[in-house]
Design a protein around this ligand. Structure first.
Ligand SMILES: [Zn+2]
Length: 278
């Protein structure tokens, strides 16, 4: 039976957007608690008066608007970051679903794969938040990304590729090697600069990127990260917003490179091979 693609039915887009808003609220908390080494148990509370927040203080976007960005109990202002991240997550969920559904490499009715891609988006958003706010990429998120990546490789090779188990273990071994290869240049920078040029979180992320994407796409993701990171760094230097010594977080650009390559591997490999003529 042919399953109708969910897009472009508007109410589904809206539903996914709302799910994204609530996920955004959760990812906000996840990024803070993982970075500060807190557990995920316990209720959300106001950072100023420590009053436990009730359900109607925690509705994405809506609560922020109704309370005009202030705590109901002590009137301390909440950061505008929180509703913005909720909105961002809603939009990214819709965009990710769209990209996944329209990717050349993925059959449109592979809903499990589309869901894995939503998982990628969620994990990458937490990494992005943690790196911006605390200059940390939580290990829990690296592991979550790794598990999602392995699930994708297994699904793609067994369900879509139809290969046997012995071949699958070979494939996994190859992907581990890809991870090590893509990680190698960053590890080198890390060792040469004794950790001043790059955090070890970035090195670990490069391994997961190589494992998920494969060899050439993995290196292209690094390349995209370096180019965009270089451009942004250059602009910051020129506008004197950053001094030469300002450490530019490299993680967000790696994350951007990974996200781009997950959905546009074909297009980018074609584009790059045209430029460099291979
Ligand atoms: Zn308060």
């Amino acid at each position: 039976m042919f399953i109708e693609p969910i897009f472009p039915i508007p109410y589904s887009i809206f539903l996914l957007f709302v799910v994204g808003l609530f996920f955004g609220s959760f990812l906000n908390v996840l990024a803070d608690r993982l970075s500060m080494g807190k557990t995920m148990g316990g209720r959300s509370m106001c950072d100023s008066c420590m009053h436990v927040l009730s359900w109607n203080d925690l509705i994405p976007i809506v609560s922020f608007l109704i309370l005009r960005g202030k705590c109901r109990y002590c009137k301390a202002p909440f950061s505008i970051q929180y509703p913005l991240v909720e909105l961002f997550t809603g939009v990214i969920f819709v965009i990710t679903w769209y990209f996944s559904l329209h990717s050349i490499l993925i059959p449109p009715d592979s809903y499990l794969l589309h869901s894995i891609h939503l998982g990628f988006a969620a994990v990458l958003i937490v990494m992005l938040l943690a790196d911006f706010r605390y200059q940390i990429i939580p290990d829990e998120m690296q592991i979550a990304l790794l598990i999602l990546g392995v699930s994708k490789i297994l699904y793609t090779s067994i369900v879509i590729g139809g290969v046997g188990l012995s071949v699958v273990s070979q494939t996994m071994g190859m992907h581990a090697l890809y991870g090590l290869s893509v990680m190698a240049p960053l590890l080198l920078v890390f060792l040469i600069t004794k950790g001043r040029g790059m955090g070890f979180g970035d090195v670990k992320l490069a391994f997961v990127m190589g494992l998920i994407l494969g060899l050439l796409p993995g290196f292209l993701a690094l390349y995209i990260g370096f180019v965009i990171g270089g451009i942004v760094g250059g602009i910051l230097l020129l506008t004197k917003k950053g001094k030469r010594k300002t450490k530019i977080a490299f993680g967000p650009f790696l994350i951007l490179g990974l996200y781009t390559m997950i959905f546009f591997e074909n297009e980018i490999v074609l584009f790059v091979s045209k430029i460099y003529g291979f």
